[in-house]
Design a protein around this ligand. Structure first.
Ligand SMILES: [Zn+2]
Length: 103
């Protein structure tokens, strides 16, 4: 999927940037982290490496921003929930069928 340069969540304008290194390193050194949501800066960083993971990472960080904007800070710490919601949104987006395919 094509990753946007920016998008809006309510009154927040979130910018998306591809980076070589993340600002924040994970607490858990074994965690596989491919992106980050920077709330104050209203940004998503996605590591340039692993391009096959870009869309999954985009949706994961987007869910973080949505929960942050809506004030669900406790839920926002649940990486498993975030990952599952992100995967589902990615699937919804990638499988949208408007019924106008030529067969
Ligand atoms: Zn996360």
């Amino acid at each position: 999927m094509k990753i946007p340069k920016s998008f809006q969540v309510l009154d927040h304008n979130i910018k998306v940037e591809f980076v070589d290194e993340l600002v924040n390193q994970p607490d858990d050194e074994e965690a596989v982290v491919l992106g980050e949501a920077l709330y104050l800066q209203q940004k998503i960083h996605i590591l340039k490496e692993n391009p096959e993971q870009h869309s999954r990472t985009f949706w994961h960080e987007t869910v973080h921003h949505i929960l942050h904007v809506l004030g669900y800070h406790e839920l926002n710490d649940s990486e498993q929930l975030i990952d599952q919601l992100g995967r589902c949104l990615n699937q919804v987006y990638c499988t949208m069928d408007y019924g106008n395919k030529k067969s």
